[in-house]
Design a protein around this ligand. Structure first.
Ligand code: HEM
Length: 522
């Protein structure tokens, strides 16, 4: 049957009709999970549910982290939910997260066991690393990422690239300050991270002149806006596909095609001019691995493309949104901004621009970044699947259960964090007396801004660099003016958390220009 592509609103109506008509038949479609596995433990406690659909109505709220947080504060930190008879377990405490991500880490090392619905797509398809099940391909790529692509040696090799990009960012801020023009912080930091990652991956800047940089930014924005549709397609869409209806396939495949053309061009350029020297970029490294007959795993061209799309998505928006939240918190807390500026001036001085090698000497800046990520994690819920049935918190978790770990709730748990909703970077300043407590908090996985266990973020060091340096320069060189008294901190987003009212503020230069710094730089 020919695939039919439907419009989003029509689709929602269709889904509702579909859901209701399924109600009566659902018991025949889905196997009922066992109430216990025969030993002495039961399923986790469950909030009241509706007949047939179970907890589906509780699972549909978007963004979900706050409704989930309410649910767990009322019913407990390990909850058994079901959509029809599909089992889902909601995890909302650091200790339970520890059991899932560490104690039983291997059993929960896969996000989703299903093959992605748009298998052949470069975006969200089956070539990706993020959606790959735990297995040979994932293990091979993970090793490559942490050793060669995002490891300390690679970050050192690409430091100058990021240094140049941060200067361009600084120059733009001085220009805006001279014209008294407001900037959209998220958008400008996105340009910075996007240009830096493109150069780290492809060895050259996507040029603003020929529209390539704009094309990459547009692709990233478009991809992020497709995430929700992809999730709908992956759940309800799976059933519809069986009768020939493909949700959002056309839209996703169009973006995939654009990525494919761009990346094919870059790969060909690299194949024609291979670089074996020390300054080779990520594409050179991957093509080398791809050509290596003795490599443990033979990666394909599409897997290279899939990985780069994920690095672009994983590395740009995360850091841009985080920097935006940090600046919003700093503007709302001038005393913290003042303390941070004093630290930067005492360590970096007043004659040169902050750079990434300064970050390790700026504990308060690090604390500001960690605290903003605690309150505003880019990915507020993490997902895993139980490969086998097991016991968590004394309860039985059936095989194939989807585990939803609410990192937002974990990082605002009042039993762990004092004044959990307050922005207090001091809590991350390690003092000899607090040192062990902080260590404990990390070890028990109460801090999940970069996820946890085997699938934790491999780009966290690079993320800290982007966010730390961008925040550093914005605090070191400028005061910030906003319309009104306070920044509105309302949240929005679906699977990611962003500001409902993107931060727009005007820089007021504290020094003459970037040039007065540059001459003093080492
Ligand atoms: C402030 C910046 C960043 C934040 C807050 C962040 C956060 C996260 C989170 C929460 C996860 C999911 C972890 C889990 O499921 O346990 C993740 C995964 C991932 N991140 Fe990041 N990230 C950031 C920067 C980066 C950067 C710069 C890159 C690379 C360029 C990157 C690449 C990835 C990849 C490839 C994964 C998937 C890991 C896997 O499936 O094994 N991230 N990130």
């Amino acid at each position: 049957m020919a695939a039919i592509t439907v419009d989003f609103q029509l689709c929602i109506i269709f889904i509702l009709i579909w859901v209701f008509s399924l109600q009566c038949l659902s018991y025949f479609f889905f196997k009922k999970p066992k109430e216990s596995h025969g030993e002495d433990c039961d399923l986790p406690p469950s909030p009241p549910s509706l007949p047939v659909i179970g907890h589906l109505h509780l699972l549909l709220s978007v963004p979900s982290h706050k409704p989930f947080q309410k649910l767990s504060s009322k019913y407990g930190s390990l909850l058994y939910l079901r959509a029809f008879n599909i089992p889902i377990v909601l995890v909302s405490s650091g200790s339970m997260a520890y059991e899932v991500l560490r104690t039983h880490g291997l059993n929960f090392a896969t996000r989703d066991r299903e093959v992605p619905i748009m298998e052949k797509s470069i975006l969200f398809g089956s070539f990706g690393f993020v959606s790959a099940p735990y297995g040979d391909y994932w293990k091979f790529m993970k090793k490559l990422l942490v050793t060669k692509l995002l490891g300390p040696h690679s970050l050192e090799r690409t430091r100058l690239i990021r240094g140049e990009e941060i200067k361009t960012f600084g120059a733009m801020l001085f220009d805006k300050a001279a014209k008294s023009e407001a900037i959209d912080v998220g958008k400008e930091v996105m340009k910075l991270t996007n240009n830096s990652i493109c150069r780290m991956i492809m060895g050259r800047k996507c040029s603003e002149e020929n529209g390539e940089a704009e094309e990459v930014r547009d692709l990233v924005t478009k991809s992020l806006s497709l995430v929700r549709k992809f999730i709908i397609a992956s759940t309800v869409g799976r059933l519809l596909k069986k009768i020939g209806i493909s949700l959002f396939e056309k839209e996703i495949m169009e973006v995939s095609q654009r990525y494919d053309e761009l990346l094919e061009k870059i790969i060909k350029e690299h194949e024609e001019n291979p670089n074996k020297k020390e300054d080779r970029d990520m594409m050179d490294v991957l093509l080398e691995v791809c050509a290596d007959e003795n490599a443990d795993y033979k990666i394909t061209r599409n897997q290279i493309k899939g990985l780069f799309v994920e690095l672009l998505l994983g590395g740009t928006d995360t850091s841009a949104q985080t920097t935006q939240w940090i600046m919003a918190e700093l503007i709302n807390h001038p005393e913290i901004l003042k303390r941070l500026r004093e630290e930067i001036e005492s360590v970096v001085g007043k004659t040169r621009l902050i750079q990434e090698t300064d970050l390790s000497n700026l504990p308060y800046l690090q604390a500001v970044v960690k605290e903003a990520l605690r309150l505003h994690p880019h990915t507020p819920v993490l997902v895993r699947t139980a490969t086998e049935g097991c016991k968590i918190g004394g309860f039985y978790i059936p095989q194939n259960t989807t585990m939803v770990i609410n990192s937002y709730a974990v990082m605002r748990d009042p039993n762990i964090w004092e004044d959990p909703d307050e922005f207090q970077p001091e809590r991350f300043i390690v003092t000899p007396s607090k040192g062990q407590d902080n260590e404990k908090a990390y070890l028990s996985l109460n801090y999940l801004a970069f996820g946890g266990g085997r699938r934790a973020c491999p780009g966290s060091n690079l993320g800290y660099i982007f966010v730390g340096v961008a925040t550093g320069i914005m605090v070191q060189c400028f005061d910030w003016r906003i319309n009104g008294e306070k920044v509105n901190m309302e949240e929005t987003g679906d699977v990611t958390l962003s500001m409902a009212h993107p931060l727009k503020c005007t820089p007021v230069a504290r020094i003459d220009s970037l040039a007065s710094f540059e001459s003093a730089e080492p």
